[in-house]
Design a protein around this ligand. Structure first.
Ligand code: ASP
Length: 340
């Protein structure tokens, strides 16, 4: 719960760390990372709850990968419009989930269009750890999940999602709402809710200096059946290069995919940019590609480099993200944005 809305500016938060050298070669073996530098960053206000679950692992010296998985599981289990089985369905009335996970050694796993499974992030991790593949989709992903012991949940919409879907059927127009998480309580309106968000993406930096990330969503509400966004695509919704940093995206998935969003942010950090500057440059690229249509979409990036310096940037106003470290587990930042 984001009851302590302590908004800070990301640039101010980053000042103390500006001397860090993103992209610097890591020493051989585990990087020295004073435990105090361990960090979790995630998208949206709900990220505070996710961050706390991740932090419970990091503060005991646990691995970034475990933290990345455990954090977003909290959001997957909560009933909200845009992550997990409580999410809004596709235009045929079916909830389909996308998720991916990546560790500090370029291991990655992903599921897309997965139905009736409560924790797609954990299935993505199993794909990473138990199969020779990176990505499983649809029926095959579900078959694998069941074989791995994940229970098949009932094929029914949450009461809120059902209401939102009925409302949507009145027009049947696909018009994603920018910053849906800020659009009011779904109980009193068609979509959204103060604690809702489109996607939870979470980046964890652990006490040994390793990075991992996770990303999970029900995707754009009322999307075409079979539509997959950026969130399960390694390099678009999430990318981790332990020698440089990690990045993740939320917003209009199609526009993140077309410029390989998270990978682009990591490459921009490799060139020497701070996480904040890298996120900004990536958003500027989206704006250049979209031209006048940029005003109709939202795209946001979060990033952390291999020194534990973090940043974020959005195309439009309204994106907030949560940060957790030893000093404060409930920090909430209002992101800077491009289109004023
Ligand atoms: N990126 C997600 C998708 O396109 C949705 C979002 O984050 O708003 O499916």
């Amino acid at each position: 719960m984001a009851n302590r809305r302590k908004f800070l500016t990301s640039s101010a938060a980053g000042l103390a760390l500006l001397a860090a050298r993103p992209g610097a070669a890591a020493p051989a073996g585990p990087r020295a990372n004073a435990r105090g530098k361990a960090l979790v960053i995630s998208t949206w206000d709900d990220g505070i709850a996710a961050n706390q679950a991740a932090w419970a692992i990091l503060k005991k010296g646990g691995a970034a990968l475990d933290a990345a998985e455990a954090g977003v599981m909290v959001t997957e289990a909560s009933q909200n419009c845009c992550v997990g089985l409580g999410g809004n369905p596709d235009r045929d009335g079916i909830v389909t989930l996308d998720a991916c996970i990546m560790d500090h050694q370029f291991n990655c796993g992903s599921v897309a269009a997965l139905e009736r499974i409560k924790h797609p992030i954990s299935v993505a991790r199993r794909v990473m750890e138990k199969t020779p593949h990176v990505m499983l989709v649809g029926e095959g992903a579900q078959q694998f999940a069941v074989a791995q012991g994940f229970p098949l949940e009932p094929a029914q919409l949450s009461p809120d999602a059902e209401k939102a879907y009925k409302e949507w059927l009145k027009t049947s127009q696909y018009k994603p709402i920018i910053n849906i998480e800020n659009s009011g309580n779904r109980k009193t309106g068609p979509v959204g809710g103060p604690q809702n968000h489109d996607t939870i993406a979470l980046l964890a930096f652990d006490a040994t200096g390793n990075l991992s990330g996770s990303c999970t969503t029900s995707g754009m509400g009322f999307k075409m059946r079979g539509r997959v966004g950026d969130s399960p695509i390694i390099g678009a919704g999430l990318y981790v290069d332990n020698e440089v940093g990690a990045a993740a995206a939320t917003g209009q998935g199609e526009d993140v995919i077309r410029m390989a969003g998270a990978h682009t942010v990591v490459e921009l950090m490799r060139q020497g940019r701070t996480p904040q500057a890298a996120c900004r440059a990536a958003v500027e690229r989206v704006a250049r590609i979209k031209g006048a249509a940029a005003k109709d979409i939202q795209v946001c990036f979060i990033a952390v480099n291999n020194q534990g310096q973090h940043g974020a940037f959005a195309l439009q106003k309204g994106f907030s993200y949560a940060v957790c470290n030893a000093a404060d587990q409930r920090q909430l930042f209002k992101s800077e944005y491009l289109l004023k």
